[in-house]
Write a protein that binds this ligand. Structure first.
Ligand SMILES: O=C(O)c1ccccc1NCC(=O)[C@H](O)[C@H](O)COP(=O)(O)O
Length: 249
C-alpha cells in the first residue's frame, strides 16, 4: 500500500484545493475552538462537499461528547474521526460503535514508556496517529510543530496502520520517510506561513518531497507496518534532527 498523506487543519477552499490537487489522501478539519485552525459547522459542510470523493475527510476532535460528534457527522459527513484528546480505549471503542465510522486515535510519544499504551488503543481504533507531545504550556494538544525522537519507533510492531506526525515539514519529511517508512504521514503547521494559515506552495512541496522519498525504494523493514527489530540485526536507525519547539509557523 502506498504512503498515505494527510494535510490537517484545512480551513479554506483555496488550501483544501491545493491539498487535493497535489494528491493528499486525507484532509483534516479541526473542531477545537481554541485552535487557529478551528472550523465551524457551516464552513465544514462547504469544505466537505468540495473534498468528498477526492480524499478521505477526517474530522478532528478533542474529548468531544456524543452530541458534538453527531453535529459534526451531520454537517461534514466525514470518512473518519480523529480523536486528539484524552479519550480512553473504551471511549474510542464506544465512539466507533455508536457512529459507525473508522476512528484514528492520536497518541503523544516522548519516551519509550509511551509505547506501552499502544496495544490497548490498537484494539479499539482503526488507526493510530503517533504525534509529539505538546510542549509545556502549549494551549493545543496537537498542531504544535514539534518533532519527537523517531528512533523510539524502531522495533515497533503494530497490527494497525499508523501515521507519523509532529513537526514534519517539506524540509524534513524525506528523512522521516527514509528512516521510518511509515504507512502514513500527517502534517499541519509545517505547511503553514503563519498560525492556522496554510501555504499552498508548502503543501505542494511537502507532498512532492514525501512522494519522492517514498519512490526511492521499498522499506528496509520487511512488512508494511511492522518495524523489524532493528536491534536484532544490529542495525540502528540514525537519529532525526533534534526536536524543535516552535510555535506554529
Ligand atoms: O492542529 C490543531 O490546531 C489541533 C488542535 C487540537 C488538537 C489537535 C490539533 N492538530 C492535530 C494534528 O493532527 C496535527 O496535524 C498534528 O498534531 C501535527 O501537527 P504539526 O506538528 O503542526 O504538523
Amino acid at each position: 500500500m502506498s504512503l498515505e498523506i494527510k494535510i490537517c487543519g484545512l480551513s479554506t477552499a483555496e488550501t483544501l484545493e491545493a491539498s487535493l490537487g497535489a494528491g493528499a489522501d486525507m484532509v483534516g478539519m479541526v473542531f477545537f475552538a481554541p485552535s487557529p485552525r478551528h472550523v465551524d459547522l457551516a464552513t465544514a459542510a462547504v469544505l466537505g462537499a468540495q473534498a468528498r470523493g477526492r480524499a478521505q475527510i477526517v474530522a478532528l476532535t478533542v474529548d468531544a461528547d456524543d452530541a458534538t460528534l453527531a453535529a459534526i457527522l451531520d454537517a461534514l459527513r466525514p470518512d473518519m474521526f480523529q480523536l486528539h484528546g484524552h479519550e480512553t480505549p473504551a471511549r474510542v471503542a464506544a465512539i466507533k460503535a455508536r457512529f459507525g465510522l473508522p476512528v484514528m486515535k492520536a497518541l503523544g510519544i516522548a519516551a519509550r514508556e509511551d509505547l506501552a499504551a499502544l496495544p490497548a488503543y490498537e484494539a479499539a481504533a482503526d488507526r493510530l496517529l503517533l504525534d509529539a507531545k505538546p510542549p509545556k504550556g502549549a494551549t493545543l494538544p496537537g498542531g504544535n510543530g514539534v518533532t519527537f525522537d523517531w528512533n523510539l519507533l524502531a522495533g515497533l510492531d503494530l497490527a494497525r496502520p499508523f501515521m507519523l506526525s509532529g513537526g514534519l515539514d517539506p524540509e524534513n519529511v524525506a528523512s522521516a520517510v527514509r528512516l521510518i517508512h511509515p504507512p502514513g504521514l500527517d502534517v499541519s503547521s509545517g505547511v503553514e506561513r503563519g498560525p492556522g494559515i496554510k501555504d499552498p506552495s508548502r503543501i505542494e512541496a511537502f507532498l512532492r518531497a514525501a512522494r519522492a522519498a517514498e519512490a526511492e525504494g521499498e522499506p528496509r523493514r520487511p512488512t508494511g507496518n511492522t518495524f523489524a527489530d532493528a536491534t536484532s540485526t544490529g542495525t540502528q536507525p540514525t537519529p532525526p534532527s533534534p526536536a524543535r519547539e516552535t510555535s506554529p509557523s
